[in-house]
Design a protein around this ligand. Sequence first.
Ligand SMILES: Nc1ncnc2c1ncn2[C@@H]1O[C@H](COP(=O)(O)OP(=O)(O)OP(=O)(O)O)[C@@H](O)[C@H]1O
Length: 635
Amino acid sequence: MMYGPTGAGKSYNMFGSSKQPGIVYRSLRDILGDGIEENDENNEKISVGTFVQVTVLEIYNEELYDLLSTNNGGGFGFGWSKGSSSKVRLEVIGKKAKNATFISGTEATKISKEIQKVEKRRTVKSTLCNERSSRSHCMMIIDVPTVGGRLMLVDMAGSENIEQAGQTGMEAKMQTAKINQGNSALKRVVESIANGDSHVPFRDSKLTMLLQDSFEDDKSKILMILCASPDPKDLHKTISTLEYGAKAKCIVRGPHTPLKENGAEDSSSAVILGSRIAAMDQFIYMLQMENKLKEKECNEAKRKLMKKEEEIATLRSKLELVLQGGVETTEEDIIVKVNERTQMLKREFEYKIQQCQKMANEFVETERRKMEERMFQQQQEFEMLRRRLEEIESELWHSRVGSRSTEVEENSFGKRLLEMYSEDVGMVKSMDLDRSIDMDCGKKAESNTIQAILGYPSITNPREIEDPSILLQHFTNKSFLSTVFEEEEEGNDSEGDKENPYVEEVQKEVIEEKTICSGNVSTVEDRSDDLSSDNTAPSRKELIQNIFKLCGNSRELSQQCTTPVAAEKRVKDIESKSPPVKEIVEDSPITKNHNFSTEKVNDSKENFNPNLELKWEAASKENPEIITTLTGSLV
Ligand SMILES: Nc1ncnc2c1ncn2[C@@H]1O[C@H](COP(=O)(O)OP(=O)(O)OP(=O)(O)O)[C@@H](O)[C@H]1O
């Protein structure tokens, strides 16, 4: 029995092709063999072997047709009457087709050729599923009378439904429905037998009516060949076909089956029952395997579902947290976080500022030390230059004084002064007088002697002797060198003295020194007036003694204070006489930018200003010629 959807290969397996004969032809050959013939008594060939009778039926639209018969009647034996094209309808009486035609013979080849002719009479139509679709059930019954056996080969119509067949029209749909009626009836019969129902619906279709003996006979065997399409789009048909075959495989003879009384039949029934139970166990095992696969898939799906649910729960909780925290963070938390962040940034900023300040202080301190060292060196150089200047001033001063004294000595005044000094043995040297006053103020006797000699007023207080100003106050008659010069030169060579500029300059400088040492602020003109107004001329000896006394005191005082005073005065004069240098320094853009002035250059080291040093260093670096110019000007 061939079962399967349309186009699955049922007819092909049943009849095959010229190169590949199907089950029908193979069965005939197996039953009949090669057809051995023997000669009889009349020397005629007779077939020797199995004799078979072959009946070919067609069930189309629930009508039974005899494919070996024609309407002209007869036709038994090989072949049938020519010219008859209509099929003979048969009735099914009981479990058999009444008056069905058969072909008999012992030769498989001949029978096969006749069957090939009948095969072409089978009703076929083109459908969407098969170009030559068998629209009927074809039943080939091979009876073997010698053994009492029967082989029923059934090529069923396709198990497709109406939509799958693609047929239109009421007749076509009714045809398909009736074809399926045979299939569905066979399915119900199979299920009933498998379920052990008391009633099996054999009479629902002609197909099941003719197959009833096969199902009910205990000796019968049913082989169902399931045909499945390799096309993936027919997968669901293949699955339903396999399910149908599984049910058919589970057919167990029901209780209605009459049990045989003898033991042999019981044993055979037990064997059949055992085989069916084994088949059922196999089917159950297959179902269990399928169930395991389904359970495995189900568990996998459940596991994925659980994982997804966990993810959804996590996301939901996060969403709830965000939604709950969203209200708080909008106002308070954001402010707190911003404040914390601001404080942190402020601390970092202050720390950075401190670091920068520290680095700047260290840098300034280092630079200040360097500047101090450089300024100290410059101060030393300046002091050295200053001392050098003073030495030069002093040398210049002494050289000028020496030259003038030499000139003075050449004058008659010097000569006469030396002569007088050498002639008058009783005169006391001014140096001695000064020494006696300075060394011991208590030697009043000696001092008084000098005073007595000079005729000066007595000096009782030693401080009066130490203080030149007080001492000079005692000389009310103002006996200065100028007076001596005027008296000595008066009438002699006063004109020559006036013409001599050195003498006049010496007079002025002596007067200036006396004025500076005594603290009097008298001018040369005032002294001239004083000298000119002095009409009472002292004696010559007294005048000379006064001259030596005054010269001695003045020289002592000049040695103590004239030189530095003259040096400072010289420096001031140089500074006052060098306005270009001062202007250059102060008017320079560099010194202006650094607030530099020449007055600050002379600041002592105690009044040292680091900023000024920095500016001085910057100025000296940017324009070193300024320092050179200034130093040269000062020198
Ligand atoms: N095993 C096979 N080898 C080669 N061709 C095959 C085979 N099986 C089927 N065919 C080809 O497939 C086509 C359909 O096969 P077949 O007619 O036997 O299907 P079917 O099941 O009988 O369909 P239907 O129910 O409509 O009659 C045919 O042309 C046949 O030659």
